[in-house]
Design a protein around this ligand. Structure first.
Ligand code: ADP
Length: 269
């Protein structure tokens, strides 16, 4: 049985999400594969192409997106009972728990009903307005956050990020099994850290075996969206809060991201 306030909450989420054409949940089997990095760069790339885009960082335990985008310290405000997202550029808005709580509170231990309440609030009580794309960055694995999104966000579809060496490990398969179980459509698989761009000669080195992401996608019968190389310069930029676009237009990473965005645009609603 559902209580009236739960029904009202769900209706609010449907109303907020109903204004958004494409909703993508970015997930990975394990941490450290570059899931948040990919989420940030997809959102920036889509906004650079003129699409109204939102980026929702739903990682309650370790929200990292504001830092990657040079927005740490900025706080979300509340207007007419709704959270007003931070602005990265005129087409891209961001919501993260890191921009809602203060630094001490961010370490808060989220449990049971409190966690569920926070997730529902992040899904329903945000003034995004109409958007072309919402990119949702979920914590790694198949925890409460991803499950809530699958159950509460109508029409959401998944993008799975993996690295070549992760493919051999069970975690990424568990994510795909989870997506099947909750009947979430999969937009496709992205293989990140696929080959290394040498910082000296800019040639690509086949560091970990490439192509595992593509083979995995084939095995599961889902689209392969493309591979992004490992570029040490990207880490430096990310640590300084700058997404890797300006000044790097011809880099292998940006070219790869643009090809992936082309693939995603073919699959837009
Ligand atoms: P996750 O969200 O999966 O835990 P992150 O996005 O936080 O992973 O990335 C982990 C680290 O790897 C970060 O330091 C990030 O800058 C770096 N990273 C991610 N993708 C790349 C890449 N293609 N090239 C170089 N560094 C990367």
């Amino acid at each position: 049985m559902e209580f009236p306030d739960q029904i009202a909450r769900k209706a609010k989420i449907r109303e907020t999400m109903g204004l958004i054409k494409n909703k993508f949940l970015v997930l990975s089997g394990k941490g450290g594969v570059g899931k948040s990095t990919v989420a940030v760069h997809l959102a920036v790339a889509l906004s650079n192409r003129g699409f109204l885009t939102g980026l929702l960082d739903i990682d309650l335990h370790g929200p990292s997106i504001p830092k990657m985008m040079g927005l740490s310290g900025q706080k979300v405000t509340v207007e007419k009972g709704l959270l007003k997202p931070l602005t990265f550029n005129e087409k891209l808005k961001i919501i993260s728990m890191a921009s809602i709580l203060d630094d001490q509170e961010t370490a808060v231990i989220w449990r049971g009903p409190r966690k569920g309440g926070a997730i529902r609030q992040l899904l329903g009580d945000v003034h995004w307005g109409p958007l072309d794309f919402l990119i949702i960055d979920a914590p790694p694995g198949t925890g409460d956050e991803s499950l809530s999104i699958a159950q509460l966000v109508p029409g959401v579809r998944a993008i799975v990020v993996t690295t070549p060496q992760q493919v051999a490990i069970e975690d990424v398969r568990r994510s795909l099994q989870f997506l099947n179980k909750v009947s979430l459509d999969i937009v496709g698989v992205i293989e990140n850290m696929s080959g290394l761009i040498c910082p000296h000669c800019r040639e690509e080195i086949d560091l970990f075996k490439k192509g595992g992401g593509e083979a995995l996608a084939r095995e599961w019968g889902v689209p392969f969206l493309g591979r992004i190389p490992l570029d040490p310069n990207l880490v430096l930029e990310a640590d300084s809060g700058r997404p890797y676009f300006e000044g790097h237009e011809d880099s292998a990473v940006v070219l790869a991201l643009n090809r992936i965005v082309d693939e995603i645009l073919k699959k837009q609603a």
